[in-house]
Design a protein around this ligand. Structure first.
Ligand code: BG6
Length: 492
């Protein structure tokens, strides 16, 4: 065990959707990594639950295959894998029937005094019936908590229904609404950078910051998730949650402590201060678009409709928004948000663009004095870059040049960062809600997003197209250029 790894308390983690894609791809590998690091006590159990009639041995094989497929070869350790598989148990059960639940209750009864976490890695329609069954079979103990995966509803109303149903069984301090972006290292570093350094906070406002860009670009298409994605779109799938959380952490006031409610109170204030976008201004403030065939990384890529196997769909795979936060700190500073699938490359970053210097003492020969930029890279190659202007080295007079002060976490620390789910799963067991969303935050995010969706429909707002492998539609370029700014990658 590394000296900085503190073991968590013994726990039973019940994963509903235990044979699903999220469990295989993310949850089981994340738990395995924490186990490998020595963070999981020897008697902790992972109990997969799904409708599939599997035995404990079958599930062991499923876990083994998941690790084989989704754990890097360098992290595979036969002994650790065996130990991990021995933790896994399985119980078939279905929220719509009573069968299987008494057996699950029996399985759990031997761990009544330990932390018990129910992970809902299933469609949100099942959150209410699962909660009811958990209550019906008396499975909620004082050490119980529940983890809700997104999407949390498809609008404010459905999110409220889900939250209300869960609240009948669990109190708010037991509910962990996961947004895996909050577990990303750079996102947590954003808070460290802002609140553990003297340097940034005094200039973190409209006096010094010109605008902020938040981009979450993916090169993948919808793949085989088309059925879900087409009912969601980029706005619900990425913007309402991940991007708005990044926006909150970038813009929030310093909380008085790094504690769950203090942080979440401040995030909530940002969401409440977002200027409303609706039928009156959605055309100017938002762009939605869908990818067509093109090429990504030199390889041909199909269009969204082909991926979906349909002739028509009005679902956006790209969205760009010019947002504003109407408060003292940020008045007049645009926040440009964008996300899309099948874009030129996978990259997520927050780019804070500072204002020009107030007076230039250099003559024309020195060249342009560039504005400072702070770039927080979430992925790939997580790190922070501060762009500063310096003198070009050597003779030839004063010539100015912008250079990056670059910090790549992988290079600096010599390790690659843990997956976001590792941190978040351990926080669930520790009972630390700081990196999880409170019900009122989710509601406030929908309150901003719902009128935009409504405006797209009322105004019959055009859905643009863009070739796969591009940076989105030209309308997205126009959105930012109308303001006299350019998207970060275009400026390079
Ligand atoms: C998920 C979305 O929440 O985040 C996916 O549903 C998306 O559509 C994924 O691909 C992106 O996550 P990451 O960590 O790969 O950036």
């Amino acid at each position: 065990m590394s000296s900085r790894t503190i073991q968590v308390s013994p726990f039973d983690l019940v994963v509903f959707g235990g044979t699903g894609d999220l469990a295989a791809r993310k949850l089981l590998p994340a738990l395995y990594h924490r186990d490998l690091a020595g963070q999981i006590p020897h008697d902790a159990r992972i109990i997969g639950v799904s409708r599939r009639p599997l035995s404990r041995e079958d599930y062991g094989r499923f876990v083994c295959e998941a690790l084989d497929q989704f754990v890097k070869p360098a992290d595979k350790n036969a002994e650790a894998i065996e130990r991990f598989i021995a933790r896994a148990d399985y119980q078939p059960a279905d929220a719509s029937k009573e069968a299987g639940w008494p057996e699950l209750a029996k399985l759990l009864s031997s761990g009544a005094d330990r932390v018990r976490a129910f992970y809902f890695a299933v469609a949100p329609e099942l959150f209410a019936p699962l909660s009811q069954r958990i209550q019906q079979f008396g499975l909620v103990t004082p050490g119980s908590r529940v983890v809700l995966e997104k999407p949390l509803g498809k609008d404010g109303e459905s999110a409220r229904a889900v939250n209300d149903a869960v609240a009948e069984v669990f109190n708010e301090s037991q509910v962990f609404r996961i947004d895996h972006y909050l577990g990303k290292e750079t996102v947590q570093n954003l808070m460290a950078l802002r609140f553990a350094n003297r340097l940034f906070e005094p200039v973190w406002n409209s006096t010094h910051i010109d605008h902020v860009q938040i981009t979450v670009a993916e090169d993948i298409g919808v793949g085989d998730r088309g059925g879900y994605y087409d009912t969601s779109g980029a706005m619900r799938d990425m913007l309402q949650n991940h991007i708005m959380q990044l926006l909150c952490l970038t813009a929030m006031e310093p909380p008085d402590a790094f504690e769950a409610d203090a942080v979440r109170d401040e995030k909530l204030k940002v969401l409440k201060a977002l200027k409303r976008i609706d039928d009156r201004n959605a055309d100017q403030m938002t762009v939605r678009a869908q990818y067509r065939a093109g090429s990504v990384g030199g390889k041909p890529a199909t269009g969204y409709l082909d991926d979906l196997g349909r002739e028509d769909s009005q679902t956006e795979t790209f969205v760009a928004i010019r947002a504003e936060i109407a408060n003292w700190r940020w008045a007049g500073v645009p926040f440009f948000l964008r996300t899309g699938k099948r874009l030129a490359k996978r990259t997520s970053e927050i780019v804070v663009n500072f204002r020009p210097i107030s007076h230039n003492i250099f003559d024309q020969m020195a060249g342009r004095v560039s504005q400072n930029r702070l770039i927080l890279r979430l992925q790939p190659d997580e790190g922070v870059t501060l762009e500063v202007t310096i003198k070009d080295p050597g003779p030839g007079g004063m010539r100015l040049r912008r250079i990056p002060l670059d910090m790549s976490f992988a290079e600096t620390f010599g390790v690659s960062n843990p997956d976001a789910y590792e941190r978040l799963l351990m926080d669930v067991i520790r009972g630390n809600q700081t990196l999880f969303m409170r019900a009122d935050e989710v509601a406030a995010a929908w309150r901003w997003v719902d009128p935009i969706h409504a405006a797209w429909i009322h105004n019959d707002q055009r859905i643009h197209t863009y070739p796969a492998g591009s940076w989105g539609p030209s309308a997205s370029v126009a959105l930012i250029e109308r303001d006299g700014r350019t998207w970060f990658e275009d400026a390079e």
